[in-house]
Design a protein around this ligand. Sequence first.
Ligand code: MN
Length: 226
Amino acid sequence: MAKMMSCFHQLQVATIAVLVFVVFPSIVQADPDMLQDICVADLAAATRVNGFVCKNNNNVTADDFFSKELANAGNTNNLMGSLVTAANVMKIPGLNTLGVSIARIDYAVGGINPPHTHPRATEIVFVMEGTLDVGFITTANVLISKTINKGEVFVFPRGLVHFQKNAGYMPASVIAAFNSQLQGTVSIANTLFASTPPVADDILAKAFQIDNKEVTEIKTKLAPKT
Ligand code: MN
């Protein structure tokens, strides 16, 4: 009987999977699908579409699909002790309409990539060097976290708040892939405390249950350096 129930359960799961992947493909696609082989972004075009206008194929070169952006470690000498170097459609115009992009993240000892979300992409990271404490928080407010090491992979589902911390004694680095040509990043602390124009102090004070003086203090610390 238990076996039959288990079979039934598997059938249910399979049915749901088919519905999700076949009947409602848009649910599992981040970027819209492409309508031609290539559509190299004309980043300078005045016309705006969802994505970028394609440049003339006669002017397309291999360099439109190439980047050496990630070859070198980023400079982590900053407030958070980390740097994200992105190779998305803004750097690789050939990614336009392809629905993928890549980045590398470098972390100083003790460095963090502070809590943030990507509104348009799921992220999957591969540890090149070091040990990281990583995690994301579901909409049910459950923290899913783990310590990951060189050669290991971790996934941050689309839209969920996530972070990484270098938990080792050496600099660390990861390669991050996204299912969007331009994943977008909302860095929680910066978004709330360093926007232009600023979010009103009383809103932040009440939201975080702190006083206005503490709000000012955080705003000062996170203010972009000029
Ligand atoms: Mn991320």
